[in-house]
Design a protein around this ligand. Sequence first.
Ligand SMILES: Nc1ncnc2c1ncn2[C@@H]1O[C@H](COP(=O)(O)OP(=O)(O)OP(=O)(O)O)[C@@H](O)[C@H]1O
Ligand SMILES: [Mg+2]
Length: 485
Amino acid sequence: MSGGFGKRGAVGVDAIPAPSPAAASVPVAAPRSVPIAPSAPSSTRPPAPPQDARRPDSYYETKSAIFSALIEAIDLAQLARLEPDSAREEIRDIVNEIISLKSLVMSISEQEELLDDICNDVLGYGPLEPLLARDDIADIMVNGNDKTYIEVGGKIQLTNVRFRDNSQLLNICQRIVSQVGRRVDESSPICDARLPDGSRVNVIVGPLALDGPTLTIRKFKRDKLTLEQMVKFGTVTAEGAEILRIIGRSRCNTVISGGTGSGKTTLLNCLTRAIDEDERIITCEDAAELQLQQPHVVRLETRPPNLEGEGQVTMRDLVRNCLRMRPERIIVGEVRGPEAFDLLQAMNTGHDGSMGTLHANSPREAIARMESMISMGGFSLPARTIREMIATSVDVIVQTQRLRDGSRRITHVTEVVGMEGDVVTTQDIFVFEILGEDQNGRLIGRHRSTGIARPRFWERARYFGEEAKLAAALDASEVAEELRG
Ligand SMILES: Nc1ncnc2c1ncn2[C@@H]1O[C@H](COP(=O)(O)OP(=O)(O)OP(=O)(O)O)[C@@H](O)[C@H]1O
Ligand SMILES: [Mg+2]
């Protein structure tokens, strides 16, 4: 589980504050009528609702009073040095004491819930803990103290999680960014950070964020999706997945294009699984998300400037440095600036099979985006030269998309073919077509081969001994199409 910090996993995993057996020595304010099994709901309360659902304001008032008394009673610095379990015990004892001193009337389960809540506040990430413990969440979006959204199954939903006030939320933001040696405040209101489990975090606070501290978390998934799972989810067909595997293995220079959260990084990770074990791969990322399976991988990460604005190492610095590290393939997590130039150069100069992702809504747009990243990078190259560079270095563009029903699909596998006049020409190998919508609002569509029997990377596939499999996959996509059509 997570290392040391916070208590992820110790709280109810499904975000349901299930009552747990209270320690025998704990003074309790309410009589316990039946022995409480760990999962049995208390007799005084209906089954616990998910998250903070319908907690009355009085709950927050009580919690706030106990919290203030607790902060006065304990030495936070000393507490931080304790093992999480002992720290939790310590807090538990003091809180129970406060409850009885203040003669607060509470049921066991209410008391347990409150204890968990307070421990999460003091030791972990407060009300975020139950969300962090859930594996089905892709993103957590906190917009100020009283609105927290999550993305589950491709859909965004409002949760009942709320923070006592914006200063509690800001404290949690501080705790998160302090892990990467940073602070957020008025003078430096934006910060990227990471949770101990690898989740990617962005924090923006006032005066820039107008409605309170705003926190966005892309949850790290330890078990990354595989191409097989993507086939099961309908992201791509089995034949399409096979074609992608061949593209990855036979060292095509590949750009994965897609919108925010459309699954670019996940797909990049899948493609890297096709890489042979004996290749030397160097990855460059803003926050290490990729999990390459090969033994010979060097992982590099950019660095933001420190508080004095010094020490920044950009993606461009990393990619350029990579070239001196004898890479066979260079993999750039996300291309968003002038490093596009260096990546294309690398692709062009013997580092076949290099890959990267970028933000664009179609393969055409991806090409335009590369062009503008290079022209804005101050290279003063004529547009035609940049386009020629793109045409000669990129082999394949794979487009990912999160559709309006929440499903994530690979919508295009497109080859860059060459130039016609001033225009980079492309051909789609297969595309996803939306045919309609079922009564539940789910989109119905199909992946369709465009009938290209011999893609340009045919020779590469042959060189890697994948020719027959490529032919079979291309054929099968067409047969499937005829049958369905
Ligand atoms: N094909 C898929 N089916 C279902 N879920 C997916 C699929 N691909 C990705 N996801 C999930 O969607 C979320 C976003 O994926 P990912 O990080 O790959 O997106 P991204 O396009 O790289 O996002 P960003 O633009 O923020 O970098 C993750 O939680 C991931 O597990
Ligand atoms: Mg990404």
